[in-house]
Design a protein around this ligand. Structure first.
Ligand SMILES: NC(=O)c1ccc[n+]([C@@H]2O[C@H](COP(=O)([O-])OP(=O)(O)OC[C@H]3O[C@@H](n4cnc5c(N)ncnc54)[C@H](OP(=O)(O)O)[C@@H]3O)[C@@H](O)[C@H]2O)c1
Length: 329
């Protein structure tokens, strides 16, 4: 089958290590299922792997792609919950399992015609959602859902600031927070992305700009470039939830502000299977939908990565593998 495989890592030329090649169709282990992939989507995580961040070189070669939807062996529309982990080892929460692995870390991922995953990781795609829409959800939307509803515990009427409106997680957080009845401010470096955020119902603020009121919750995935602003915009007792640091991991901590204003800083990673079910139900019930910047064939995945590297995307890029020989289109 045709697949995009990470064969080496390079911090300055990450795409040189990504090869399109034919690989064997994966065998199915007991307790696992094979999925014919119809759509996947790109995440920063795929780029980190190619840059050699957070992914040991011994794990290569590895088929990339953390988000997958397709058909299971019974022909059902399924979306893959992307955390391969044991809730028991994580005290009931897969994301706290010390041995957890995101799809494409220790097991081959979704940029291929087929993949195999534990059968418990397959969830039905609600009929209200298209497969392309569902392909955007597992990593970015699952992460945003946990950040907002589990970690920060937002309620209708809360004021939420989302940094970096164009990002996959950030655009999900904007739409989910609006769907939950929050007032949402969203920052971006790009006027076009601010206009888009306003179209969705948020109030756009240029990166680092003045927010008209202190907020209850900040959604942080940008890191160094926005951290000081995030703390300044937070009301006393408010919460910053952080799930990423694209622009750098080590901003000044500003501890005086944190303790004097009793700000809460919470880390967040991925989501549980239960949260992913909640996300799918919320999407079906509210009509909230992911932002798809564009769809591209797997054969053009290098171009898709370049758009992400250049910050040209607003929302998600959906990737379509070729239809396997003999399979229905
Ligand atoms: N913990 C988890 O489970 C988890 C899950 C998913 C992602 N993440 C992490 O979260 C981060 C975002 O992931 P993503 O997939 O949403 O990435 P993405 O789609 O590439 O979004 C990154 C966004 O950050 C903003 N940004 C980047 N560099 C910036 C800078 N120098 N100054 C200001 N803004 C900047 C941009 O917003 P504008 O262009 O609008 O300014 C960009 O759209 C990544 O670090 C990723 O590894 C973590």
């Amino acid at each position: 089958m045709f697949a995009a495989v990470a064969i080496s890592q390079n911090p300055t030329d990450p795409l040189s290590g990504l090869h399109l090649q034919d690989v064997p169709i994966p065998e199915v282990e007991p307790g696992w299922s094979r999925v014919r992939v119809i759509a996947s989507s790109l995440n920063m995580h795929d780029l980190w792997t190619l840059r050699g961040v957070g992914h040991p070189a011994e794990q290569l070669p590895r088929i990339l792609g953390c988000d997958a939807v397709g058909y299971d062996e019974a022909g059902r529309r399924v979306v893959v919950y992307p955390v391969i982990a044991s809730p028991d080892r994580g005290h009931g929460d897969e994301t706290l399992d010390p041995q957890r692995a995101l799809l494409s870390e220790q097991h081959d991922g979704a940029f291929a015609e087929y993949l195999t995953v534990p059968t418990r990781n397959l969830l039905p795609v609600p009929e209200e959602l298209s497969l392309d829409e569902a392909a955007c959800l597992p990593v970015a939307w699952g992460t945003a859902y946990r950040m907002l509803f589990t970690q920060a515990g937002i309620r209708a009427g809360d004021r939420v600031l989302v940094q970096g409106a164009g990002g996959g997680v950030a655009s999900a957080a904007i739409k989910l927070a609006l769907g939950a009845g929050a007032t949402v401010y969203a920052t971006s470096r790009s006027e076009d992305k601010l206009a888009l955020a306003e179209e969705w119902g948020a109030r756009g603020i240029p990166t680092g700009g003045r927010v008209p009121e202190r907020v209850d919750v900040v959604v942080e995935t940008v890191g160094e470039a926005t951290w000081a602003h995030s703390l300044k915009c937070l009301r006393p007792g408010g919460t910053v939830v952080v799930a990423g640091a694209t622009s750098g991991m080590n901003p000044p901590a500003d501890l005086g502000r944190v303790f004097y204003l009793q700000q809460r800083i919470l880390g967040s990673t991925g989501c549980t299977l239960v949260e992913m079910r909640g996300l799918l139900r919320m999407m079906a019930a509210t009509g909230v939908r992911p932002v798809i910047d564009r769809t591209m064939p797997l054969s053009e995945i290098h171009k898709a990565f370049q758009l992400m590297i250049d910050g040209e995307l607003a929302g998600k890029v959906v990737i379509h593998p070729p239809t396997p020989e003999g399979a229905p289109a």
